[in-house]
Design a binder for this molecule. Structure first.
Ligand code: SF4
Length: 95
């Protein structure tokens, strides 16, 4: 259950959006910034699960190069990995 205080907290990405969408998504510094931001999503955001669900639905089967920024506590590469894992699991169930 989400407490009243938690519900009133703004999502961390609204306080420092640049950490979630750093310039140059392929550089080491940008990757480091996104990993830090993803950690804040997972520890501080009260809507992390919903955010991830919406991002995964919007991005479909895109590879990491076609996903941008941090959503739901995952970097673009992590969301691409999750998407591949889910597809593999579905194919395994269908076989
Ligand atoms: S989970 Fe989504 S809404 Fe919450 S801080 Fe991360 S990007 Fe923002």
């Amino acid at each position: 259950m989400v407490s009243r205080q938690t519900r009133r907290m703004p999502a961390p990405c609204r306080l420092d959006p640049e950490g979630w969408f750093p310039d140059g998504t392929v550089g080491t510094a940008a990757r480091s910034e996104m990993k830090h931001a993803a950690g804040l999503c997972r520890t501080l955001c009260s809507i992390q699960e919903e955010c991830l669900k919406v991002a995964m639905a919007a991005e479909g089967d895109a590879d990491a190069k076609n996903r941008f920024g941090v959503f739901g506590g995952l970097t673009p590469g992590q969301r691409a990995d999750l998407s591949r894992q889910r597809r593999a699991a579905q194919q395994g169930l269908a076989a």
